[in-house]
Design a protein. Structure first.
Ligand code: PBG
Length: 325
């Protein structure tokens, strides 16, 4: 009690503030998403995501090298698939020469295990309707979709993907993928499940980046989670742990820090936050327009750590290491 206790004492100097600091972030806590596209020598900026680019496969070397130099442990790859290659069933997902397979092979050839590669297991970059699975009477069919996801997962594992990240929110896909990996000798392929993925309005720029934006606004609420719920997220996480996930993701991140915090208290495995595209663009644009100071990026990262994230997937990853760490 005052005056015996004065919390301002330890706030007096930089050294004393650092001494009592409870949370921190290092480059090992970051994951960089990278967008790839067809073509040669391409590096094009994504309109809705300033300073984020799509790269052709032959142009990935520099960005991956920079990420390794920054000691960021992993990247997550996302493809912008050409319209002509999209169909109702997302069959391009199973093409062993698709953009993701080409990219994984190229990166592994050049960089071996210097950096981990995460691949999304979901069909939305490959379907002409933009949904994450197979439609039956305009409804994403859970069990039919899982059958394709298993094949997609095995293909990605076979070309060298280190971490499979099912992001589709089908029930039971983690156990089916895990069983298939065991059976096919991919015992060490890791699964980072998008366990609690909400049907969010913050994914807009990403859908633009991978070209899955539809004329009529796409509604994924009958498979992604309802953002009014939090206990349900814990059930989702528990199931994915039991089904063999090594790490779980909560997505989006910034508007869902309460979920991260609750999950951290309840479970022992690593919780990874996805600082999604809408959260990125919101802040990036405000900084570009000088409405907010750029240190807000670092502050936002610390909030993920404070909530209990082991790591954060963020489009700011390299910028954070280069400016703030
Ligand atoms: C696809 C997927 C999405 C994101 C990651 N994987 C979009 C969606 O579910 O519609 C969003 C990432 C972001 O917004 O940064 N299943």
């Amino acid at each position: 009690m005052y005056p015996l206790t004065r919390l301002r004492r330890t706030r007096e100097f930089d050294w004393s503030r650092r001494l009592v600091q409870e949370n921190n972030i290092s480059s090992s806590d970051l994951i960089l998403p990278i967008f790839v596209k067809d073509g040669k020598n391409i590096k094009e900026e994504i309109k809705t995501m300033p300073d984020v680019y799509r790269y052709s496969v032959d142009n990935l070397e520099k960005i991956v090298e920079r990420t390794i130099k920054n000691k960021i442990p992993a990247i997550a790859l996302f493809p912008e698939t050409k319209k002509e290659k999209k169909d109702n069933n997302g069959s391009e997902a199973l093409n062993e020469n698709n953009l993701i397979c080409q990219s994984v092979k190229e990166i592994k050839k050049k960089f071996k295990n210097e950096i981990g590669i995460i691949c999304d297991v979901a069909l939305d970059p490959y379907t002409n309707h933009g949904h994450d699975g197979i439609l039956k009477n305009n409804y994403v069919d859970n069990d039919l979709t899982i059958q394709i996801l298993i094949k997609q997962a095995l293909l990605q594992a076979s070309v060298g993907c280190d971490i499979l990240a099912p992001s589709d929110m089908m029930d039971g896909r983690v156990i089916e993928i895990r069983k298939a990996l065991e059976k096919n000798k991919y015992k060490n392929t890791k699964i980072l499940s998008y366990a609690a993925k909400y049907a969010s309005n913050f994914y807009g720029p990403f859908r633009d980046a991978v070209g899955s934006t539809q004329k009529n606004k796409i509604d994924k609420r009958n498979y992604q989670m309802d953002y009014h719920n939090s206990k349900e997220a814990l059930r989702e996480i528990r199931l994915d742990i039991d089904e063999g996930a090594d790490m779980v993701m909560i997505k989006p991140g910034l508007a869902y820090l309460d979920i991260i915090s609750r999950a951290k208290k309840k479970f022992e495995l690593p919780i990874i936050a996805y600082n999604v595209s809408g959260e990125y663009s919101m802040l990036k644009l405000a900084i570009k327009n000088k409405l907010i100071d750029e240190r807000a990026i670092y502050e936002m990262m610390i909030s993920f750590k404070r909530a209990g994230s082991s790591a954060v997937i963020t489009y700011f990853a390299n910028e954070i290491v280069e400016k703030y760490l």
